[in-house]
Design a protein around this ligand. Structure first.
Ligand code: PLP
Length: 210
């Protein structure tokens, strides 16, 4: 298990405002408990089932849970019932509508952007991201958009990865006047590049547990 304060020192030296979300999708509640004992409050899961399980196992700790994975239609009700702190992976206008229809409270949400234009990735493409963001803002009264999320380019070339982060950051900046406050990008392999490109929310998993 990592010494969390060391990682946080490094993160804050680049952006003192950045928030770390510890991704717990590949570990158990035991590891979450260990990170909690080092002060970590916010966690990310990519499956609703697993989010529900850990949230219930650790319910007395006051943890904050983020949904970061693809949301299947048949899991929407369950996710809403869990009242996540942030739904980071709203990946289309249609999905936003579908969730909005069933919400009876305002759900903080990020629009996921496929900034590297990769077939394997969820999210809206760069060229339509702003338009879709504004359309969700206008038509989905219970989807409270507070920013954008993106997974960096899968490339080994750091310039390609940086380019994808810069694309996301540009969209984020253009939406600040429309309420965007969170630019969620950066994982274990690329969090430094992401921070240097303007990220203020990291989603880091694997490197925490070695
Ligand atoms: C798994 C995952 C992460 C964390 O990735 P690591 O490489 O384990 O740090 C971040 N974001 C999303 C959407 C993920 O699915």
């Amino acid at each position: 298990m990592i010494v969390l304060s060391k990682l946080l020192d490094e993160i804050y030296s680049i952006n003192p405002q950045a928030r770390l979300i510890a991704v717990s999708k590949n570990v158990t509640s035991k590891e979450v408990l260990e990170l909690f004992s080092q002060g970590q409050i916010e966690y990310g899961e990519n499956r609703v089932q697993e989010l529900a399980k850990k949230q219930s196992e650790l319910k007395d700790l006051g943890l904050k849970w983020h949904m970061i994975g693809r949301l299947q239609s048949n899991k929407i009700n369950q996710l809403i019932a869990l009242k996540p702190t942030l739904w980071q992976s709203c990946d289309s206008f249609e999905k936003a509508l579908e969730v909005d229809k069933r919400l009876n409270f305002k759900l903080d949400t990020l629009l996921q952007i496929n900034s590297a234009n990769e077939d394997s990735k969820q999210g809206v493409l760069e060229g339509v991201a702003k338009e879709i963001y504004l359309k969700i803002n206008e038509q989905c009264s219970n989807i409270n958009l507070v920013g954008v999320m993106s997974i960096g380019s899968h490339s080994d070339d750091w310039r390609e990865v940086t380019k994808s982060f810069e694309t996301t950051y540009k969209i984020y900046k253009s939406l600040e006047k429309d309420g965007a406050k969170i630019c969620s990008m950066g994982m274990s392999s690329d969090y430094e590049l992401a921070l240097k490109s303007g990220s203020n929310m990291l989603r880091i998993g694997s490197m925490l547990y070695i």
